[in-house]
Design a binder for this molecule. Structure first.
Ligand code: LLP
Length: 426
């Protein structure tokens, strides 16, 4: 469910007409809906009503400060994977006690910064990292609360590039090593091993892999407690999928996911942490483009638009499907035509949709790539020296530029011509 709907013949983001918005900010741009972000957070949080939970929104999905702050105001904690994300969370006013730090390659500097900030805990992904974190914590006279991220070797049945819980994936520590690692961590002076973490992948649309993974996690907690460890939280990661194809592929509702959690881990008597990203931000954002030209190739109809793979790489990188809507409601009701929606980037892979029956777009039309709020703007680049597209957030009838489009002057000012390339005057 989201708040992008047609009114008076035009697609609106909540109360804001996207035709007017495009005239004000120029295209392409990302547009986020506050009501949708809040709703998704609430649906997830309410599914665990009554339980001691900490829902750490996974900032990597959409790290815009306004998005972070919107969620923080709902009570969300944050899952960060870099000092940059940590700084964003702190800048948005998130209490450090609600921040967890994940990632396979935290540097010692990042660890030190997070320890100084006083975050809730670290998800640790290797013995080497555990030793480094202990040393950094000891230097500061602090103890780091940690959960090892366990790789349960469970197939999440999602796209290979976003599966993380199989033995061949780089993530986590092998299930079989867990007992020895917790024993080691308990002996290391700078660590307090008090949680267990798992995250098996993203865009998971089937609850069975979660159920298997959470059962394994729950068994492990039992074993660790028997071995004398005090485990006071489990972190079940993120991964719940969102509907990318209209109403055709409805993923499990958070209530059903919560029942799986309850069955597998409900009796553990500890705090439950989650790290949802896509589920919160995915449907809360769209990418608005304008049609530049139409081209009829020998075999295909190409609709060339001003947004490309550098702005939204998901179709190219993961063969991802995103619905595309015409902003003009009447255009959307005309008979569909099979076409490719392509961008201006000089790459064959620069497409937003391929061989899809879509509205018969004409030059100058506006279109919206739906469900682009997660892993959209954050994965954008300036390839082809294209400027990063702005991000706009709406709330009711209001909108704000949450990240402005940089200027070409900004782009050029960030670089310096090496001195030997500029001839010195005699
Ligand atoms: N926790 C950890 C440790 C993660 O690695 C991730 C995502 C999440 C939580 C959040 O997962 P979510 O709830 O969003 O599924 N760029 C890809 C997705 C990469 C996901 C990386 N890790 C995409 O566009 O599909």
């Amino acid at each position: 469910m989201h708040h992008f709907t047609y009114r008076d013949g035009a697609l609106h983001a909540e109360g804001v007409n996207l035709v007017d918005l495009a005239a004000h900010v120029g295209t392409p741009f990302y547009c986020y809906s506050t009501a949708t972000l809040e709703r998704h957070y609430r649906v997830f949080a309410d599914a665990f009503g009554g339980r001691d939970t900490l829902i750490c929104y996974s900032i990597k999905a959409n790290s815009n400060l306004s998005v972070i702050k919107t969620l923080a105001q709902q009570g969300a904690g944050m899952d960060v994977v870099s000092e940059g994300e940590l700084r964003r969370a702190l800048a948005a006013g998130v209490p450090p006690s609600r921040i967890v730090f994940s990632g396979v390659g935290k540097t010692r500097d990042e660890m030190a910064h997070a320890l100084q900030a006083g975050i809730y805990g670290f998800n640790v992904e290797s013995e080497a990292e555990a030793r480094a974190l202990s040393a950094v914590a000891q230097e500061q006279g602090r103890t780091a609360r940690i959960a090892f991220r366990i790789n349960p070797d469970v197939d999440a049945r999602t796209h290979a590039k976003i599966s993380t819980g199989k033995a061949e994936d780089k993530f986590g520590v092998p299930w079989n090593d867990a007992a020895a690692l917790y024993a080691l961590a308990a002996d290391l002076p700078g660590l307090e091993p008090c949680g267990v973490h798992m995250h098996i992948g993203s865009q998971i649309t089937d609850l069975e892999p979660f159920e298997r993974a959470f059962k394994l996690l729950s068994d492990l907690v039992g074993d660790l407690r028997t071995a004398g460890h005090t485990i006071d939280f489990v972190n079940l990661g993120g991964g719940l999928g969102v509907p990318y194809r209209g109403t055709d592929d409805i993923p499990p509702h958070p209530d059903d996911y919560a029942r799986v959690v309850e069955r597998a881990a409900g009796a553990l008597d500890c705090r439950l942490l989650f790290e949802p990203g896509r589920m919160i931000a995915g449907n809360a954002g769209i990418l608005v483009f304008r049609v530049l030209y139409l081209k009829h190739g020998d075999q295909k109809r190409f609709t060339i638009v001003d947004a490309g793979m550098n702005d939204l790489i998901r179709p190219t990188l993961y063969d991802a499907h995103h619905d595309i809507w015409a902003v003009d409601e009447a255009r959307g009701q005309e008979p569909a035509l099979v076409q490719d929606i392509v961008g201006p980037v000089c790459e064959t892979g620069d497409f937003l949709a391929r061989d899809r029956a879509l509205p018969p777009f004409r030059e100058g039309d506006l279109g919206a790539v739906m469900t682009a709020g997660a892993y959209g703007a954050v994965q954008a680049s300036s390839y082809n020296s294209r400027l990063l597209v702005p991000e706009v957030i709406v709330r009711g009838d209001e909108y704000a530029i949450a990240r402005a489009r940089p200027s070409y002057e900004d782009m050029l000012a960030a670089e310096h011509i090496a001195p030997w390339l500029t001839p010195r005057k005699a």
